[in-house]
Design a protein around this ligand. Structure first.
Ligand code: ATP
Length: 385
C-alpha cells in the first residue's frame, strides 16, 4: 500500500452489543459482565482511497457498507483499527445528520456551521442550496415532515455546496426522482473533475459502473474484493446470480451461517492472526506485535468505561454511601472507625420537615388523649369492682 492516500482504513472492526434491556446497557457501560449477544458488523476491513478517486462500495443488505461510511465520516467510532482521513468529509445519506425538529433552512445553517463555514459564507450559499434542493416551501418546514426523497435532496444539496474534500454518498440517489438523479450525477461528475475524493455506496451497479473508478465489495462484514470497477461488479453479479438460484431454504441457511460467523468473531484471535501474518512478512522486526496492538487500539475511543474509570466510579459511589450513613447515624467519624457496627445504630433524632412534625404532634396528642380516656375507664372499672 502506498502512502499516497486520502482515506486509509486498516483492520477496522465494529462490534454491536445486542442489548435486550436498558439494565443490560447500563451494566455493559460499567463493564459489568452480561450475557448480551455480540454482533460484529465489520470483522477487519482494510483499504485505501486515493486522492481524486471515486470508490464504490457494494454488497448485499446488512453487509456493513453504511457502517464503514459512517466510521470514515466520524459519525460512529470503530471498535478497533486505524482510520486516517485527510480532509473534510461530508456524508450524504438519507437524512444523515439532519435534525428532524429543525426546518430545512435551519438544517442548512447548522450543517454548514458544523463544517466550519461562517454565517456570512452560509448567507452567500443559502439561495444556491435551497434552489438545488428544489423542495419549495418545505424548506421552512421541520424536516420531520419531509418524504425520504426530500430529505435526500436537502442532504445532497447541503453536502455538495459546502465543498468538502471528500464526499460520501450513501444510497442517497436511490430515493430521488430521475430529474434530481441527473442533477446529482452531473454534480458528482463536477466533483470528480475538481479532483475530489468520493465514496459512493449503492445497490445500483449501473450507477456504480458509471461513477466509480474502483469498487470495494463488502460481504457480511469482510472485504471480499477490491479492484477495477468492471472486474468487481462482474464477480458481484455472479455472486448475486448464484444466490438467486438457491432455494428459499438454502438462502436462509446461507444467511444464518454468515450472521453466526459475525456473532462468533473473536477479536483477540483476529489480532493474533494479523500479528502472525505481519511477523512472517517482517521476520526481523521485534516490534510487530506492539505495532499491531497500537494499530488495533491506539486510536480508538472505547464506548465502554475503561477499567480504571470503573474502579474509580465504584470507589466514589462506596465513599459517598459511607459518608451518607455516617451522617445519618449521628456518630462522629472517629467513633465509627473504632466501632464500625455503630454505623447502623443511629443516635440522632430524625429532624422532620415542619408540616410533617405538626401532623406528627397531632397524632401523638390524639394518642395521649386516647390513653387518658383509657386510664379513666380503667379507674371507673376499678371503682365499680
Ligand atoms: N446500532 C446497531 N445495533 C446493532 N446492529 C447494527 C446496528 N447498526 C447496524 N447494525 C448491523 O450491522 C450490519 C451492517 O449494517 P449496515 O447498515 O452497515 O449494512 P449495509 O451494508 O449498509 O446495509 P444496506 O444495504 O441494507 O443499507 C447489519 O447486520 C446491521 O443489522
Amino acid at each position: 500500500m502506498t502512502e499516497d492516500y486520502k482515506i486509509k482504513v486498516q483492520n477496522v472492526t465494529k462490534e454491536y452489543d445486542l442489548f435486550k434491556t436498558q439494565a443490560d446497557k447500563l451494566k455493559s457501560f460499567f463493564s459489568i459482565k452480561t450475557d448480551v449477544p455480540h454482533f460484529w458488523s465489520l470483522m477487519g476491513v482494510s483499504f485505501e482511497v486515493k486522492p481524486g478517486e471515486a470508490l464504490g462500495l457494494i454488497g448485499v443488505n446488512g453487509s456493513g457498507k453504511s457502517t464503514i461510511s459512517n466510521i470514515i465520516s466520524g459519525i460512529i467510532p470503530q471498535t478497533t483499527g486505524y482510520v486516517d482521513v485527510k480532509g473534510d468529509t461530508s456524508i450524504v445519506a438519507i437524512s444523515a445528520g439532519l435534525r428532524k425538529n429543525l426546518t430545512g433552512r435551519e438544517n442548512i445553517r447548522l450543517k454548514s456551521l458544523m463544517q466550519g463555514l461562517t454565517n456570512e459564507e452560509i448567507d452567500a450559499l443559502m439561495d444556491d442550496i435551497v434552489s438545488f434542493a428544489d423542495i419549495g416551501d418545505f424548506v421552512d418546514q421541520p424536516v420531520k415532515s419531509y418524504s425520504s426523497g426530500m430529505k435526500s435532496r436537502l442532504g445532497f444539496s447541503i453536502a455538495v455546496h459546502i465543498n468538502p474534500d471528500i464526499l460520501i454518498i450513501d444510497e442517497a440517489l436511490s430515493v430521488g426522482d430521475d430529474t434530481f438523479y441527473q442533477k446529482c450525477v452531473d454534480k458528482i461528475a463536477d466533483f470528480k473533475e475538481q479532483g475530489k475524493t468520493i465514496i459512493f455506496v449503492s445497490h445500483s451497479l449501473k450507477q456504480i459502473e458509471f461513477l466509480c473508478d474502483r469498487v470495494a465489495w463488502i460481504n457480511y462484514g469482510k472485504l471480499r474484493m477490491i479492484g477495477e470497477t468492471q472486474e468487481v461488479t462482474t464477480k458481484y453479479r455472479e455472486f448475486i446470480e448464484w444466490f438467486k438460484k438457491l432455494s428459499k431454504k438454502d438462502k436462509a441457511k446461507f444467511e444464518a451461517e454468515q450472521k453466526q460467523i459475525q456473532k462468533d468473531f473473536d477479536i483477540d484471535e483476529y489480532q493474533r492472526q494479523v500479528t502472525e501474518e505481519e511477523q512472517a512478512q517482517h521476520p526481523d522486526d521485534k516490534h510487530v506485535a506492539a505495532k499491531v496492538k497500537k494499530r488495533f487500539y491506539g486510536s480508538v475511543i472505547s464506548e465502554k468505561m475503561p477499567k480504571t474509570s470503573v474502579l474509580f466510579t465504584w470507589l466514589v459511589t462506596i465513599a459517598t454511601l459511607f459518608f451518607c450513613l455516617v451522617n445519618v447515624s449521628g456518630h462522629p467519624l472517629s467513633h465509627i472507625i473504632e466501632h464500625p457496627a455503630s454505623i447502623v445504630k443511629p443516635t440522632k433524632k430524625l429532624v422532620l420537615p415542619k408540616g410533617v412534625a405538626k401532623d406528627n404532634k397531632k397524632t401523638t396528642k390524639k394518642h395521649h388523649k386516647k390513653t387518658d380516656t383509657e386510664k379513666k375507664t380503667s379507674s371507673v372499672k376499678a371503682t365499680i369492682k
